[in-house]
Design a binder for this molecule. Structure first.
Ligand code: FAD
Ligand code: SIN
Length: 518
């Protein structure tokens, strides 16, 4: 069934920090449709713990935040984008506070700032260890509801593009109907792709949908080989990959190997607060040396009160596994965390397809280059989503209301249905698990030429198997996710194989280092 939906001025895909910041601004002036594939509150944003970075103290400076961000990016950062990010950060933080985000404060009412890896100063503000949830709910409250229609549990499957102009999306609603949404501007805010890997901090929604859809629609995608692995994720058998925030190390937590040795100083002068790629590789090396599947994060020098107040979510989760961080060392290991590359945009969120904007983790603004500085991604989401909304506002005012009709006329093809019969769901899930295992093994923290070629070949087999399954019908999100993960994996392997120099998160034993990090 193919039912047309009335046109809206603007269409947003995704309800994380980027989608909602865009919505909060643009809904003041225009009617908005927001499509999101799970519950409206589900996103990576919701799980963000550590905080959001910004220069807010007189001891800190823009130039230091710019320098730290570019240093983490390891030669691949775009200085114009970084400059914009850092200098517009205080204004967006002020917006968030006005929207009701109650960042933690000191007794004199000053914002409480902490340090995270790669930052030369304390500049991460937070709401306990639930910063993402606080930002998400304040943004939701700030969207003009009278101008907004939310389509939740509806999955966007492809972008409607004609002559390099995007005029809407095709989606599958919760009942399995394929439908088209038309708009004068589309904002892609579908987040990351941690589900490419068997170990990830990301929830089920993070399948790289936006990158794949944009690439299929002809948009330029970039830096796909740069995938960040978070060093400290709970490593217990039968426990989920729960993140233990880097802010714990910012507050003094130490990394200890199974022989009780504090090892980070052997790898970098910044110790536990070195950039994430350095810490993740160091942990892998220590795990190999000690034949273990984890190292320990040790906060036992901190009081129970301090840990409970500063990290309530971490503490309550650890308690479920009978771990008491004030007296127990926590077993941790790295897991896939953040997709540094994505859909190429300029600093106003414009992709290379006219009318298609992208923001947040799906986008590649150039801010992160080869590696993202901690707590810069919530910031990137709000800074560039805001800029994209300002730009889209102008576009919407300029175009006539029924402009899309002519374009849609040109592309009256049968809607593509990528989805499988529900009865195949077990096969699809098994294939996804296999893809995640292959990617973890061959495209993870430490890569080799041989491994990358092998991984690409195995993904090719999975792809073939996927396309041989008969019985396509509507309504299965698992199949859509797998289709996108297969395509994205192929793109990532090709990018990783082509990158002959190591930088940031991309580390191939058969390549040379980009340059020595100090
Ligand atoms: P998301 O918040 O992931 O939102 C994506 C949205 O798109 C979701 O609503 C999803 O359902 C929807 N969607 C996806 N595909 C489709 C589709 N096909 N159709 C319709 N809807 C779709 N960053 C920081 O700066 N500081 C932190 O402290 C921090 N902590 C983190 C902790 C964890 C555990 C994780 C996983 C990430 C953390 N990050 C942190 C990273 C940060 O949370 C994300 O990069 C950021 O929130 C991304 O926001 P977003 O709006 O781009 O995407
Ligand atoms: C964390 O809290 O460690 C995550 C911070 C981030 O990903 O920026």
């Amino acid at each position: 069934m193919n039912s047309a939906i009335p046109v809206s001025d603007v269409l947003i895909v995704g309800s994380g920090a980027a989608g909602l910041m865009f919505a909060a601004h643009i809904s003041k002036y225009h009617n908005v449709s927001l499509i999101t594939k799970d519950a409206a509150t589900e996103s990576n944003t919701r799980y963000a713990q550590g905080g959001i970075a910004a220069v807010l103290s007189i001891d800190d400076s823009y130039s230091k935040h710019i320098r730290d961000t570019l240093k983490a990016a390891d030669g691949y950062g775009n200085p114009e984008a970084v400059n914009t990010l850092v200098k517009e950060a205080p204004a967006r933080i002020f917006d968030l506070i006005c929207m009701g985000v109650d960042f933690d404060r000191l007794t004199d009412n000053a914002l409480q700032v902490t340090r995270e890896g790669g930052h030369s100063d304390k500049r991460v503000i937070h709401v306990g260890d639930m910063t993402g949830q606080a930002i998400e709910s304040a943004l939701w409250n700030s969207v003009r509801k009278e101008n907004l229609i939310v389509y939740d549990h509806e999955t966007v499957t492809n972008l409607l593009v004609s002559n390099n102009v995007c005029y809407g999306v095709e989606s599958i609603d919760r009942s399995g109907n394929v439908r088209k949404h038309y708009a004068k501007a589309v904002f892609l805010a579908t987040g990351g792709a941690g589900q490419m890997f068997s170990k990830t901090t990301n929830p089920e929604i993070a399948n790289g949908d936006g990158i794949v859809m944009a690439e299929c629609a002809g948009a330029v995608v970039k830096n796909l080989e740069f995938i960040q692995f978070h060093p400290t994720v709970l490593a217990l058998k039968n426990a989920p990959c729960f993140l233990i925030t880097e802010a714990a190390r910012g507050e003094g937590a130490k990394l200890i190997n199974l022989q009780g040795y504090r090892f980070m100083q052997d790898y970098h002068t910044s110790g536990e607060l070195a950039a994430r790629d350095v810490v993740s590789r160091a942990i892998v090396s220590e795990m190999e040396k000690t034949s273990a599947e984890y190292v320990y994060l040790d906060m036992t020098h901190k009081s129970k009160d301090f840990i409970e107040n500063r990290f309530p979510t971490v503490t309550s989760t650890l308690l479920k596994y009978d771990l008491h961080p004030e007296k127990d060392r926590i077993p941790v290991a790295p897991a896939a965390h953040y997709f540094c590359g994505g859909v190429h945009t300029d600093i106003d969120g414009r992709t290379t397809v006219d009318g298609l904007y992208a923001g947040g983790e799906v986008a590649c603004t150039g801010v992160h280059g080869a590696n993202r500085l901690a707590s810069n991604s919530l910031l990137e989401s709000v800074v560039f989503a805001y800029r994209a909304a300002v730009n889209a506002d102008r576009r919407i005012r300029y175009l006539p209301n029924d402009w899309f009709r002519k374009l849609d006329h040109l592309t009256q093809e049968t809607p593509r249905t990528w989805v499988m019969n529900n009865q195949k769901v077990d096969i699809i899930r098994a294939m996804k698990k296999e893809l995640q295992r292959v990617n973890w093994k061959y495209c993870g923290i430490i890569r080799t030429d041989k491994g990358l070629r092998k991984g690409l070949q195995l993904i090719g087999h999975i792809s073939k198997q996927f396309h041989q399954i008969n019985g396509f019908s509507n309504g299965d999100n698992d199949a859509i996710a797998l289709r996108n993960l297969i395509k994205l994996s192929e793109l990532v392997y090709r990018a990783a194989i082509a990158r002959r120099v190591n930088a940031g998160t991309h580390y191939n034993c058969d390549c040379v280092l980009n340059h020595k990090k100090d």
